[in-house]
Design a protein around this ligand. Structure first.
Ligand code: ZN
Length: 111
């Protein structure tokens, strides 16, 4: 997987003037999931507010978490033990969100 190239700094920080509009058809807004999938915060341009931010990571229960929970439940770990996967960050998916507008940008799913 290629390493993401570092983003250049914004040309006019704080300047919210809209860019000039050209009559060249519909404007393409690049909203995509970055190639990197990581549990660590990453540099990213928020597609919602346009800021260059470092994502805020939040562990969220994923498929793996639920499978482990079910497995532990089947083997008799009823008294709260089956909830253990929800307390272990390394067993959960990671949600990356924007610290400015609080929107979730993408989610890292564990293999
Ligand atoms: Zn944002």
């Amino acid at each position: 997987m290629p390493e993401p190239s570092p983003y250049p700094p914004p040309p006019h920080p704080g300047n919210r003037a809209p860019p000039p509009v050209y009559a060249e058809g519909p404007r393409v807004v690049h909203v995509g999931v970055p190639l990197m999938a990581s549990t660590m915060p990453v540099h990213y341009q928020c597609p919602y507010c346009g800021n260059y931010i470092i994502t805020v990571t939040t562990p969220v229960p994923g498929i793996l978490t639920w499978m482990l929970c079910t497995t532990l439940f089947v083997f008799g770990c009823v008294l709260g033990c089956c909830l253990l996967p929800f307390c272990v960050d390394s067993l959960q998916d990671v949600s990356h969100s924007c610290p400015v507008c609080r929107n979730e940008l993408f989610r890292y799913h564990r293999p």
